[in-house]
Design a protein. Sequence first.
Lengths: 221, 214
Amino acid sequence: MTAADHRLARYAPTEEPGYYANTRADVVAKLPRPLGRVLDVGCGAGAVGTSLRAAGATELVGVELFAEMARHAEGIFDEVHVGRVEDVLDRGALHGPFDTVVAYDVLEHLVDPEVVLRGLHALVAPGGRIHVSVPNARHWTLLRDLAVRGTFAYTEWGHRDATHLRWFTRRDLEALLGDTGWTVQATSSWVPGRNARLDRLSGGRGREFLALQWHVLATRA
Amino acid sequence: MSAAERVAGYETDRPDVQAHVPADARSVLELGCAAGALGAALKARQGATVVGVELDALYAAEAALRLDRVVVADAESFLGGAAPPEAPFDVLICADVLEHLADPWTALHRAVSLLRPGGTAIVSLPNVLFWGALLRLVREQRWPREAEGIFDRTHLRWFSRDDAVDLLRGAGLRDVRVEPRYWVEGAALRRRQALARTPLAPYLAPQHLLTGVR
């Protein structure tokens, strides 16, 4: 396998099954209730759908790139659309209005997240909301790799996953949502492992560099 | 892209790239040829056959008047298709184009396969370690992404000097050389060149120009 083949293989969905099996119950817990009619962009095998259902979603619609994942999700969702979210939006397959849209770990994989966020905005009821998560472009490991190791250091999966095309700091993500018509309501972070302790010790001052992910909740005015 | 959105950086004939094109090269493949200024200069200089690939139809139409053939396509689909009849080429030019692709590693590997053995590849890429970009990330808390220029908002991939060298070697090129492009002149350039002998070297240049041999 050449280096190039190897990198292409990373686009297959089998590299890190846990990535598609996490129910993200802690993230779903941050969503205002009632959830109402929910759209999950990048629904994977439906793990997050399980949490959304448990949290009271009245109807669940999913979009998933990989057909095999989507087939699993069909057992949990009312409706699953297979394809790139750009194409699913383009072909008018999604029928709004939705009360809640979630897009967890999706925007960083898109060539043009602005277009997708505008498309989703049009599908949300006035007062409806979107909740997104992305990896933090200011995470200390990326700054370390750039400044000390001298490399961008793409990896098989995780923060520097080679399929991540777009990089966002907290400010970038908030600006992106604002620019696409959304009103940002709350930003939170995910600081896993021993960094959570460092975060507490620093009184949150280190969070910009310790957060592995940013989560932003925004509404349609 | 409308005519009003044309980017000055894409309109130059890139003397820095021309300097690395061997004087005896007879055929050139240029990915991302824009309006064809560089290809036209090579045709005028040494009468080479120049085939260009350009995503933007307006640029491609203009390039078609200056080059031997222009394919309107994104580089990745062009390289995924059948080899062009003009292959193998003496020179491959990818000037500020690979960072716009989702998978530049596969794209460059395929492009190099269209070079004759001994042919030259010339690649230029923005440097993600450029101090201005790092400063923006640390101080302004924003990822380096501008309306245009070396940190154009449509970039999808990020390379340091070492990452860029790996990209070329991984594509099957040998004798890979790097020329930092400082984009300053005179005393400022001499200062950068002096600093380049210190450990600050990786952070000084906004752009790297690389060459390799198939």
